[in-house]
Design a protein around this ligand. Structure first.
Ligand code: C2E
Ligand code: MG
Ligand code: MG
Length: 338
């Protein structure tokens, strides 16, 4: 058992007219310290901005209870066959007040309030249920794998292996169709605990992907220690492919290194035909990005899968399936025959 103390310090200034205000600020600072994995934090204005007001917390809790979270799915395409081989489940909040809210606007609040654990568990089960549904509906096709994001906070829960087993059992999905994405930087906080969880997850048959690779510490010893199946190269490097010597060299070597380690490489945030060409020349396995398709509701993936002539997916078919569904896919119309 590892015990950690978190201390929040606040000093009564003009913003504290009541004792409660001081306690509130100390509490905010304490929550900030907690996020840093223990220690202390002094309250300041930047913390006040980052720490979620309790109304947000209440609204997010209600969102979970009222089923306002939804998953959209973004195709991941094989660079060899140009077909959709899997989809990444990405959460959205259907807020009755604001409409569809992207995860960047509420995941930090979920993390800070700890609500990421129940919400993340919902994502896990929902993604497994959807994967099972596609597995059944399109049994005659190449199976469609579903990859989902897991927060380190969720991973750090002592019962995470049970939660995973329950999701797999309840939905009866083939575990080999499920992949858990973990962001590299986040894993570094408590390497030992994460290692235990990931090892357990692996024994249940799911695949593991290292997300946003290159944005965190990118420790090579980390890659050696965790036997991950998939390396997702961050968009920030893919952006510079072909015109930034640094980015091109980094992507080239990341792909080579991952290949040597027996990992599958996925390039994230692919937006142009040139990037696709470049990635193909570097023997990158898969790509995901607006070039192919923006994240879509499950029904759109159904339409793509339902194409009678195809056992997979081509950007052309994807475009037809989504045309008229959402203007968001307009960018996918450029040079799809690359
Ligand atoms: P991520 O896991 O790296 O997901 C990829 C993000 O890049 C998605 O943003 C996707 O819409 C966006 N993206 C994909 N292709 C392109 C492209 O070509 N251009 C641009 N500009 N963006 C592209 P999204 O859906 O807003 O998600 C952002 C992040 O939120 C995710 O990054 C992930 O870290 C987190 N997230 C999403 N869903 C969940 C979830 O269910 N649980 C947890 N813990 N985190 C989640
Ligand atoms: Mg991801
Ligand atoms: Mg990513």
């Amino acid at each position: 058992i590892r015990l950690v103390a978190n201390i929040g310090v606040a000093i009564a200034e003009e913003n504290c007219s009541q004792p409660d205000d001081l306690i509130r600020d100390a509490h905010s600072a304490m929550r900030h310290a907690k996020q840093k994995d223990g220690g202390y934090a002094m309250f300041d204005r930047s913390i006040a901005q980052r720490v979620t007001p309790s109304t947000t917390e209440r609204r997010l809790r209600e969102a979970l209870e009222r089923g306002q979270f939804v998953l959209h799915y973004q195709p991941v395409v094989s660079l060899q066959t140009q077909r959709m081989v899997k989809v990444e489940a990405l959460i959205r909040w259907e807020d009755p007040e604001r409409g569809l809210v992207p995860p960047g606007d509420f995941i930090p609040a979920l993390e800070e309030t700890g609500l990421i654990v129940p919400v993340g568990n919902w994502v896990l089960e929902e993604a497994c249920r959807q994967a099972r549904r596609w597995q059944e509906l399109y049994a005659d096709r190449a199976p469609l794998a579903v990859t989902l994001n897991v927060s380190t906070r969720q991973l750090a829960q002592y019962d995470f292996p049970d939660v995973l087993t329950r999701a797999l059992t309840v939905t009866q999905v083939d575990p080999s169709l499920i992949c858990l994405e973990i962001t590299e930087g986040a894993l570094m906080h408590d390497v030992e605990a994460a290692w235990t969880m990931l090892r357990t997850a692996k024994t249940s048959g799911v695949a593991l992907a290292l997300d946003d690779f290159g944005t965190g510490f990118s420790s090579l010893s980390f890659l050696r220690k965790f036997s991950m199946d998939i390396l997702k190269i961050d968009k920030s490097f893919v952006d510079g492919l072909g015109h930034s010597r640094e980015d091109t060299t980094i992507v080239e070597h990341l792909i080579g290194m991952a290949r040597g380690l027996g990992m599958v490489t996925v390039a994230e945030g692919v937006e142009t035909a040139d990037q696709v060409k470049y990635l193909r020349s570097l023997d990158c396995h898969m790509a995901q990005g607006f070039y192919y398709c923006k994240p879509q509701p499950a029904e759109v993936i159904d339409q793509i899968m339902g194409e009678p002539t195809n056992s997979g997916w081509t950007p052309e078919q994807g475009r037809q399936a989504v045309s008229g569904t959402t203007p968001a896919t307009a960018t996918a119309t450029i040079g799809l025959d690359a």
